[in-house]
Design a protein around this ligand. Structure first.
Ligand code: UDP
Length: 318
């Protein structure tokens, strides 16, 4: 397949690109490098420095079989202080992309949605038909795009798939998490270990066994591989949605314990206030992806994800 990957210079996007290339696909990346890194795009992919809003020229020049759309703003806290940015980049940006796809007659799209669309779940594990009540503009923007894709499939016949990621972790070869600012638990905890600082725990008064939030961590390569399966499974005129997680939750304290095991360092903890808008427990049911995409995580062990993230951090130190 000839595939366009928006946001292919980012953490997840770059691994999607690497896996597409390994599977023999032709790949073009479009990324404005606002958060991505040019050196994360493998040499075998074509690179176009461009915003999604201006994608039509690129689409006109190549005949793509499908698009994997990951370009987005993705900082929850920023989405609360600057909701307009999320409306512009995530919602309006995707609307423009869909119009361009229609004009260029590109038949399928796989979209990076998020567990953030569910908000505080009524039940865990969370299934795809659970109520969607996002707690912040980031989650709302992902839900708006999901709905847009549903409508686009019904009205214009595109094949659309939304993949709702839970907590993505780990690294793949030289590709890993390089966010600025970094907000995620695993890289922050490993950085704290490296700098001999305590790891920060955002609240230990949640209604969970050890009082800290529980999340479902999923390896970035397992997430990436789901995109390849989704491209194959997408069918014209249909929008399909899949949760991607391991179906197992780990608390913040369990993640910090894994970081101690992996690094061999005596990592202390410092408990601070809860972070606004954090649900106590988010765990996926990925039964639908297992059944309908034939997807199965190959790296479900928390320690392996933490170890891969640790190797990546070390590589950056050299
Ligand atoms: N968290 C924490 N300390 C940190 C960063 C995150 O305790 O330094 C917690 C956060 O409150 C959440 C969990 O770790 O409960 C995972 O947060 P992350 O930002 O990695 O992912 P999110 O669940 O927000 O997508």
């Amino acid at each position: 397949m000839n595939v366009l990957v928006t946001g292919g210079a980012g953490y997840i996007g770059s691994v999607v690109v690497a896996r597409l290339l390994e599977a023999g696909h032709e790949v073009t990346v479009i990324d404005d490098l606002s958060t991505g890194h040019r050196d994360a795009v493998p040499d075998d992919a074509r690179f176009v420095l461009e915003r999604v809003q201006h994608v039509s020229d690129t689409l006109g020049r190549h005949s793509f079989d499908g698009v994997v759309h990951l370009a987005a703003s993705s900082l929850v806290a920023e989405s609360i202080t600057d909701p307009q940015k999320y409306e512009t980049n995530n919602v309006a940006g995707t609307r423009g992309l869909l119009e361009a796809l229609r004009t260029a007659e590109i038949p399928k799209i796989v979209f990076s949605s998020s567990a953030a669309v569910y908000g505080e779940p009524e039940r865990v594990p969370i299934e795809e038909d659970a109520p969607t009540v996002p707690l912040n503009p980031y989650g709302s923007s992902k839900l708006s795009v999901d709905r847009m894709l549903d409508a686009e499939a019904a009205r214009h016949g595109i094949a659309a798939v939304s993949l709702r990621y839970f907590n993505v972790a780990g690294s793949y070869a030289v590709l890993g998490e390089r966010h600025s600012p970094e907000t995620h638990l695993i890289p922050l905890t490993l950085r704290a270990a490296l700098d001999s600082r305590p790891a920060t725990v955002f609240g230990d008064d949640y209604l969970t066994p050890d009082g800290t939030c529980i999340r479902d961590y999923i390896h970035v390569v397992d997430i990436a591989d789901a995109h390849l399966l989704a491209l194959d499974a997408a069918s014209p005129g249909t929008w399909r949605v899949f949760n991607l997680g391991n179906g197992e939750g780990f608390s913040v304290r369990e993640v910090i314990a894994a970081a101690r095991r992996v690094t061999g360092l005596p990592l202390a903890e410092s408990v601070t206030a809860r972070r606004a808008g954090d649900p106590a427990v988010l765990v996926a049911s990925s039964e639908r992806a297992r059944k309908e995409l034939n997807w199965a995580p190959k790296k479900p062990r928390l320690d392996e994800m933490v170890d891969d993230a640790w190797q990546f951090l070390h590589r950056g130190q050299r």
